[in-house]
Ligand binder design. Structure first.
Ligand SMILES: [Fe+2]
Length: 590
């Protein structure tokens, strides 16, 4: 959604405030949550002209004319729209479908970091993704992904060149650089990373950080490079260490991690300064978005943990815009600000009755009333799964002449964290085979971005489900195709089917599809309406969990298997990587 220029509006806003010109909309009798004065003010009136607020006070009658729409809010609570300070929405469903649910939860601004669409489609995908969100009745701001490639030694993802980064800064609603990881690229002064940071600083852009595991010297070096915020602190100690060094903190509560209960109680005990805190989700899956909500959930959770309601609402609105240097236009209900306004019956349930974005009513009586256009999806973005070959059973063979062989296995401790382990595995006809009794599976990572035809096969322990194979084209942030299998035939079937579908997550047994969640846009995003995509997602999860998978969120396993920023061993199409030693490892000890 476009925002008017305040410079172009100052005469007319001034005139409405003075009563010389009449407002378009007036909201009367509000219980206004004022995030600037930390008060709730009964009997407040608000006058809106076009997309901005002209007047806030006790009596708006001077701004009401014949054509003014007057809404009596009968002492309902009115707050600024909520903002998710860091979210990845280039996954699961289209931005338009995500936006509908976010608005119903009162989140009117999303600060998006489209890492994965860039890792698959480069600058072309970045521009297209921004276009997807351009005319939606929600505010979408973006940062240029700052972490790609994750590790130059192993990653093969697409990224933006220095020239493209400069061009991107001229696109609409681009605010700066997204989470800069791995932080070692900064402490080791990687030339491209340092050049990008310099460009951002010279252009007065914000730079978001990612400092998991950094402290003292390394953290200081990272922050001294102009990086302003971090969403990785998982407890109070990490929050306060970063606040002391001048960082802003995005407290995370989303599908990947939920950190508020480790942070908020200590913040309250220590009376920590709140103005440099924000909320973020870092991404939510469709199920969690419906079940928990978005930034409304962060507010409810913080209040439940003891935080004052006005403080929680300020963290969810004003603080985020102050961080992004947008406080003159956004973040609170005051003259000159854009009219992103929520109306609530109560601040406990926090379910908005009405939502205004830029003075336009987008939610009424808890229902979406704004029109959402159908985004035009270019064909090229639905043809990104380039495996180059038809996979055969023999492609997943791991050769050995021995009767049995000791092999490295990637042991799943959680869906996300892996450990190096070793198992004695049997062979059949010169092929090391998965061992059902030991819960050892084959796992393959396949290049699906560049069409090189390259892939790596290894072993995975602890998956647990009684199925033939499970595969996905969605993996942070390498986006290799990952296939996990109890037999080579089903693995080949899955790899070929995902190529045919041009993306998705799929479970198969005896070459029959048990369940599929199609993700044809860049192999990451569904084309379907939210409810249909949700059904596919839930069905897929249920099929694998019901088949005995040891983990509740099996879709996270392929998502994280190539993710180089976490311990201990990862698989990419170029090989199996020991993360700590930063080296490729052979799997067979023979
Ligand atoms: Fe993130």
């Amino acid at each position: 959604m476009r925002t008017s220029s305040l410079a172009a509006m100052i005469h007319s806003l001034n005139s409405v405030a003075m009563g010389e010109k009449k407002a378009d909309i007036v909201l009367k009798n509000c219980k206004l949550v004022n995030v600037y004065s930390r008060e709730i003010i009964s009997g407040s009136d608000i006058a809106i002209l076009k997309d901005r607020i002209a007047y806030v006070g006790a009596d708006v009658s001077h701004a009401i004319g014949e054509k003014t729409v007057v809404m009596d809010l009968e002492e309902r609570f009115v707050t600024p729209g909520f903002a998710d300070s860091h979210i990845h929405i280039d996954q699961f469903v289209l931005p338009s479908e995500f936006a509908k649910k976010a608005l119903l939860c009162g989140t009117t601004s999303l600060f998006s970091d489209p890492i994965d669409i860039v890792s698959v489609c480069g600058y072309k995908g970045f521009k297209e993704f921004i276009r997807f969100g351009e005319n939606l009745p929600i505010r979408l701001f973006h940062v240029i992904p700052g972490g790609l490639p994750v590790d130059r030694k192993f990653s093969h993802t697409k990224t933006l060149s220095s020239t493209e980064e400069k061009l991107a800064l001229n696109l609409q609603n681009i605010l700066g650089l997204g989470e800069v990881f791995s932080w070692t690229k900064v402490t080791m002064k990687d030339p491209k990373t340092m050049q990008t940071l310099k460009n951002m600083i010279e252009n007065n852009c914000i730079i978001n950080g990612h400092t998991a595991g950094a402290s003292d010297k390394k953290l200081n070096a990272y922050i001294s490079s102009g990086i302003l915020s971090c969403h990785e602190p998982i407890d109070y100690d990490q929050v306060i260490e970063r606040l002391r060094l001048g960082m802003w903190i995005m407290m995370r509560e989303g599908s990947i991690r939920r950190d508020l209960d480790k942070i908020i109680p200590n913040i309250l005990t220590h009376k920590t300064y709140l103005d440099r805190l924000m909320f973020c989700s870092d991404g939510v899956n469709p199920k969690d978005l419906l079940e928990f909500g978005l930034i409304d959930h962060c507010i409810r959770e913080s209040i439940a943990l003891g935080m004052d309601k006005i403080d929680a609402i300020s963290i969810a609105s004003k603080n985020c815009f102050d961080y992004y240097n947008m406080g003159r236009d956004y973040g609170g209900i005051a003259p000159g600000k854009v009219a992103d306004i929520l109306v609530f019956d109560d601040l406990d349930k926090l379910k908005p009755k009405k939502v205004f974005v830029g003075g336009r009513l987008v939610v009424s009586h808890g229902e979406i009333v704004a029109k959402f256009g159908i985004p035009k999806i270019p064909t090229w973005i639905t043809k990104t799964v380039k495996t180059k070959r038809k996979f055969l059973e023999k492609d997943f063979v791991i050769k050995s002449l021995a009767k049995s062989v000791q092999s490295l296995v990637i042991r799943l401790d959680t869906e996300i964290i892996t450990k190096k382990d070793y198992e004695d595995l049997p062979t059949r006809d010169g092929n090391v085979i998965p061992a059902y009794d030991k819960d050892v599976w084959k796992v393959a990572a396949i290049d699906r971005t560049f069409g090189s035809g390259k892939f790596t096969v290894g072993f995975l322990k602890n998956f647990g489900a009684d199925i033939g194979a499970f595969g996905s084209t969605q993996s942070f942030h390498e986006n290799d195709m990952i296939v996990i299998g109890s037999n080579e035939k089903d693995m080949a079937f899955v790899a070929n089917k995902l190529t045919y579908l041009q993306g998705g997550i799929i479970a198969v047994k005896n070459q029959k599809i048990l369940s599929v969640y199609s993700l044809p846009i860049a192999g990451l995003i569904s084309k379907l309406p939210f409810e249909n995509a949700l059904l596919e997602f839930l069905n897929l999860k249920a099929k694998i969990v019901d088949a005995g998978c040891k983990f509740k969120n099996p879709h996270l396993i392929p998502l994280f298997l190539p993710f180089l920023a976490l311990p201990e061993v990862r698989i990419l199409y170029s090989g199996i990587v020991d993360v700590k030693n930063r080296s490729y490892i052979d799997i067979l000890n023979q």
